[in-house]
Ligand binder design. Structure first.
Ligand SMILES: [Zn+2]
Length: 471
């Protein structure tokens, strides 16, 4: 992605009063030779893409290097390609080397997570590697739903005589839905992977949407914050914490407490946290269809407008991620979403997941990002299916039992290069392969599927690792 020149962006920013700046973008696949080379044949200055990850001959991480240097090293035979994605080279003679402080910064999102590596050079902080991971949470959910339906149908068909068993399930403490767990696992996988190829000294993540102290400030408190994060029993927990675990009206403790609407629903009261309180069953019934003020407690309403003053509003997934990142043993910096936005707008960066990651926390205040950087796009694909065979929409088997995973040394998800030398499909294809037991594979180069490529034409480039990549 190309951004507009900095002076122009600043002008736009000023005209629009420091809001989101309008930036002309040019997709990376649209870049031509004129973007890299001057008319007289020289390379254009200020061109810097993602750095290439480097390890020494013992596979210990070194500082990532500029692609130009990597190309030279490869040409001289001093280095070899260790891995295609993320592109990593191994120095064949070198052992050890000087490294600088390097931080992996994460902006966790529900669909997409931004990851950036920021190095602390003499001239200041500089972003050297970026990526965006697209999660597969909705696919996990869909798969589980499908499994449940198939099982239910099967139970219905085959074991209808059996008594239902329903009290034999237990969830461990800290359980999260599998769709959310998969997001956390994706991020942890990538932190672990990057630590193998980059000398990471610190981690940073965005932990909270907002600082609860600032919720008092009318500018950032509001429906979108309170409705977005606090749902279901989270709301209940939040209210119990906020009202001190006793009835807001009579102050009784040790009895079952109910969530209560200050302005009743029937009279237009909303489900917003600022309209909710905690009451015992008796008070709730006595209050009936009256507002808190009519019930004789005008101060309750005023108190409800003020949100809780602690970290109770942290999103469960982010909190779980925080715990797991802390378990890596690296120092972990946390930041709020409000701080990220502040840093991003002040530096005139676009709203993207990877730029948000760069701007996370106090350390994101001043980070240099080259204007020609574009992220490695990573999509979580999963590895295999545990389903024994495909079923139709009534739950009956549609296909035969699944075949072996490896076919002629390849498995679905490998990135291969196929050079077809004869026949109708002559040409070179690089892409993700889908194996077929017949040995005649499908290859997916960008946005198209080429069917029926014999395995003998394929050469592995990158073995399946549960992710798909686009540069
Ligand atoms: Zn009460």
């Amino acid at each position: 992605m190309t951004l507009q020149p900095r002076p122009l962006r600043c002008t736009i920013k000023q005209a629009e009063g420091l809001s989101q700046c309008r930036v002309d973008t040019k997709p990376s696949h649209n870049m031509g030779e004129e973007d890299f080379t001057r008319e007289n044949g020289e390379r254009k200055g200020n061109f810097s893409m993602q750095r290439v990850l480097v390890v020494d001959k013992n596979k210990n991480p070194l500082m990532p290097c500029h692609p130009v240097r990597a190309r030279a090293l490869l040409k001289q035979g001093k280095a070899a390609v260790l891995r295609q994605q993320p592109f990593t080279i191994i120095l064949l003679e070198r052992e050890g080397g000087e490294t600088q402080a390097t931080q992996v910064k994460i902006d966790p999102g529900s669909k997409t997570t931004g990851i950036a590596i920021v190095a602390d050079f003499k001239r200041g902080l500089r972003c050297i590697w970026i990526s965006e991971i697209t999660h597969r949470g909705h696919r996990v959910r869909d798969n589980l739903l499908k499994r449940r339906q198939v099982r239910r149908a099967r139970r219905q068909r085959k074991t209808r005589h059996r008594q239902p068993r329903f009290t034999n399930r237990r969830r461990r403490k800290g359980w999260l839905p599998p769709s959310l767990q998969s997001r956390i696992a994706n991020i942890l996988t990538w932190v672990k992977r990057l630590r193998r190829f980059v000398p990471v000294t610190q981690l940073a993540m965005e932990l909270t949407r907002f600082d609860t102290h600032k919720m008092q400030n009318p500018e950032i408190s509001g429906t979108q914050y309170q409705q977005g994060t606090l749902q279901g029993y989270e709301v209940r927990e939040y209210l119990l914490e906020k009202w001190g675990r006793h009835c807001a009206y009579c102050g009784i403790t040790g009895v079952p407490l109910e969530v209560e609407h200050i302005i009743p629903q029937g009279r237009g009261g909303s489900h917003r946290v600022s309209n909710l309180t905690i009451a015992c069953t008796d008070c709730n019934r006595k209050k009936g269809n009256r507002t808190a003020a009519e019930f004789g407690y005008p101060d309750i309403h005023a108190q409800a407008q003020k949100p809780l003053k602690d970290a109770a509003a942290i999103n469960a997934t982010r909190w779980a991620l925080y715990e797991q990142l802390k378990a890596t043993g690296l120092p972990l910096e946390t930041g709020t979403g409000a701080r990220t936005k502040y840093n991003r707008i002040r530096q005139g960066y676009l709203k993207t997941h990877w730029l948000d990651a760069v701007c996370v926390g106090d350390s994101g205040e001043q980070v240099f990002v080259s204007e020609t950087m574009h992220p490695l796009l990573i999509t979580a694909t999963g590895r295999q299916s545990r389903q024994m065979c495909r079923v139709d929409r009534y739950g009956f088997p549609r296909t035969s039992a699944k075949q072996q995973r490896m076919v002629n040394g390849f498995q679905t998800g490998d990135i291969v290069k196929a050079v077809v030398s004869q026949g109708k499909k002559m040409g070179t294809y690089i892409g993700r392969v889908a194996v077929r037991a017949s040995g005649s594979f499908n290859i997916n180069p960008a946005n198209e599927t080429v069917q029926g490529i014999r395995y003998a034409y394929c050469q592995p480039q990158h073995r399946s690792d549960g992710y798909a990549y686009h540069v």
